[in-house]
Design a protein around this ligand. Sequence first.
Ligand code: PRX
Length: 663
Amino acid sequence: MSTSIESVLQENRVFNPSPEFMAQANVSGMDAYKALCAEAEADYEGYWGRLAREHIVWKQPFSTVLDESGAPFYKWFPDGKLNVSYNCLDKNVEAGLGDKVAIIFEADKGEVTKVTYSELLSKVAKFANALKNLGVKKGDRVVIYLPMSVEGVVAMQACARIGATHSVVFGGFSAQSLRDRIEDAGAVLIITADEQCRGGKNIPLKPAVDEALTLGGTDSIRNVIVYKRTGGPAVMVEGRDLWWDDVVAGQSDVCEPEWVEAEHPLFLLYTSGSTGKPKGVQHSTGGYLLHAVLTMKWTFDLKPDDVFWCTADIGWVTGHTYITYGPLACGGTEIVFEGVPTFPDAGRFWRMIQDHKVNIFYTAPTAIRSLIKAADGNPDVAHPKNFDLTSLRVLGSVGEPINPEAWMWYHEHIGGGRCPVMDTFWQTETGGHVITPLPGVTPLVPGSCTLPFPGIMVSVVDEAGHDVEWGKGGFLVIKRPWPSMIRTIWNDPERFKKSYFPEDLGGKLYLAGDGAVRDATTGYFTIMGRIDDVLNVSGHRMGTMEIESALVSHPLVAEAAVVGKPHDIKGEAIVAYVVLKRARPVGDEAKQIVNELRNHVGHEIGPIAKPDEIRFGDNLPKTRSGKIMRRLLRTLAKGEEITSDVSTLENPHILEQLKEVVK
Ligand code: PRX
């Protein structure tokens, strides 16, 4: 079911914005869109400078918009000073929104808690003071390993308030992954919870922190703050571990924001690349905040009375930009949801939209596809027709290509045929949307993320970095720096240059790592998937090399190769080809080793990286020079016949063995 380029190019359904929508839209009509693009084209710095002055409160105004002297290490608004937490909280309270609900938190089991802007400011200030009290200073790194919670947002905002750089680690990552990130970031403190609640179960979280801190390389950590979510068992290490409530008790609810330079690193977020360990994507303060605000207002058409719901986890970039920062910086009301879409039943999302009168809903194609299946399987409970979804005005999709079938279902059954669907293309590195429709502007074509966000100079180029004609595929690039772009890879500026500004494309183009094609007549973009060895499994980015390294670290494994194969719910599934140090296992033994290896990968990286399928061979298909033929492995994974000539392989007979999937 994954998007095939043919199906999108042949797509002839077009959905124009309705006159009613256009009449109220923040950006209304194609002329308005073109005017913004033309403004950026004519005076790039003037355009971004104007927006930065209009949409952000600066403590000290900037005089320079863009400093390109250190390219590709660009600086935006370098002499300006601001504070993100001020822009998200104090600004709104000062504007009279103190009693407005900032966060509607719905817990896994359904309890609802509302937090106003004044209350949120007070919580953030107290927690920020607690961090300061523990010696956390501007520029220190703080690792956050928390479930979806008000406390997660508070922890991130508190770091921003005192100028500490947070590095959120998704709660589904293992102790080993957590350790790697702590060490690379050189973090001084970890904020975690005793347990997390998902799908009606309490899942311990603190033990992973304890384990991570025994694995070595984490001496920089002085303290662990533990938020008591369930009161379940948690071992507290004397002198190191502190309860959230205890560190906050007695703290003042006034905390002067640390006014930082626009380039000050707001956060690191680790993400997978094609080689090596995950990279710490470093984001700025000013440019990042600007794009978070602009995309909330333009892509989602956020209005003061809207209820916005982004279903992502704060462990991913979508949760950073569209939960912790964007909605609050616009003074919006948002939902923070602790649970999963299938508990207590697969109508959960639709019931929550109904109960909270959600106006803007942002989720991932993988969730939509699994809920389509659930709705079909259990129409009396899980089908959206059982719920009143008329509050919805705008829908969004993110993380992977949305196939036209899923797009249509989302549009019809969730959006009632009336809500525009924003297929937003972006990445951890881009900070916010870079190619996306605008709901009051763009005629929508299912399966296409349509046109660049105004001011983002996106293009498709060939191997030499030259633009390709519309209708021809190539590499997706961004031709000019933009405010919310990645600043560097933490601890590895060389890798930053090599990965994103490769010399063979001339060293000046930002290489996104995706293939793309523009429609020959409309110029609409369609993303064709990664051009590197990065998989997208349920919208989660996974490096094949990382999974291979995890497999090879098991004592039984001699060699492993990992590829993706299309999966109708997850988008891509992980297929691992494994050579053991002993004879190729069969029957029950093979099954037992598959279980062992899957658990091992879960332990090394996290459950999201467990291979869906493992196949054993005496060897991997290799050329005479020893290169693994991944292309053939991908063909086999799809269950397709190999039609190309394999006579140049060192070991063509291996292919037969590798057809066999251990069930
Ligand atoms: O391959 C693209 C895919 O997700 C990658 C970025 O993953 P990550 O950094 O984890 O960020 C995900 C959330 C922004 C991209 O390189 N991707 C993301 N959005 C889309 C997409 N592919 C197609 N269409 C999208 N709308």
